[in-house]
Design a protein around this ligand. Sequence first.
Ligand SMILES: NC(=O)c1ccc[n+]([C@@H]2O[C@H](COP(=O)([O-])OP(=O)(O)OC[C@H]3O[C@@H](n4cnc5c(N)ncnc54)[C@H](OP(=O)(O)O)[C@@H]3O)[C@@H](O)[C@H]2O)c1
Length: 276
Amino acid sequence: MGILAVLALPLLLFGISGIIYIYQTVRWLLSKSAVQNKVVVITDATSGLGKECSRVFHAGGARLVLCGRTWEKLETLYDALINVADPSMTYAPKLIFLDISDINCIRDVAKEILNCYGCVDILINNASMKVKGAVQSISLELDKKIMDANYFGPITLTKAILPNMISRRTGQIVLINSIQGKIGIPFRAAYAASKHAAVGFFDCLRAEMEEFDISVSTVNPTFICSYHRQPAPGNWEASIWKSLAPLCSIHSLFQKGCVWPAPRGGGGGSLAHSKQ
Ligand SMILES: NC(=O)c1ccc[n+]([C@@H]2O[C@H](COP(=O)([O-])OP(=O)(O)OC[C@H]3O[C@@H](n4cnc5c(N)ncnc54)[C@H](OP(=O)(O)O)[C@@H]3O)[C@@H](O)[C@H]2O)c1
């Protein structure tokens, strides 16, 4: 009895410290960001959606390469990001000039992107051009420009980054598309056509990349209430996702760190990974 009483206390302490250790380890594992140290490229990082993606990935400890066609906006975004995040837990983003409709320059831009960290883990094709108007009022020239920005631009960049991912047998390619890549509505013919084309390309790419363990995802949101519609002066980082949440689940995917697993079978591109 006496020996048992003597042993009980150390055993109890040992048990409690074991439970505390397991609890802390589980908490650490849960808090660890799945995008930590990942090289993430976002095209048009200065758009409403691009900006929010930048914020989420930056806070998660990703090594960001932010692309945009207005240098001042990129610099403003850079300042905002590094001012709100803990510098010991985050990386200073790299900035790259990219006009997604300038097809002839995209290969060089891809080289610049790859030179930043030597690889790309996640490519988010977010840049896009919008146009609205009756079919007969939109010139063929503008139709082609929209096709360049929304189809040839993203596929040229993706093709240039792809060999790096294939050689590493890892990577995630995301196309931020639109519900208009699935259905057509009046006065959006050029935009919808370009988005339909992009869905077709990335659906095929998904099926081809499966053997290399590269996932390809297409996000087809409906309406996104971005900063342009709901400005929050002096509080740019306030999440747009509060208003977006019912429409699109990208944010929760980022938060959970699942970052879009590729659907099996390559079918049904749209909402393979998000709500419409
Ligand atoms: N907003 C929505 O309701 C909605 C709905 C469905 C899908 N989406 C998709 O979500 C993505 C982001 O859209 P968003 O609404 O967040 O954008 P946004 O806030 O409306 O901003 C438009 C952006 O397009 C950029 N841009 C225009 N032409 C460009 C070019 N040639 N090269 C690079 N950037 C260019 C502009 O850059 P500058 O400011 O530097 O000119 C600007 O940042 C797009 O792919 C869009 O199709 C949006």
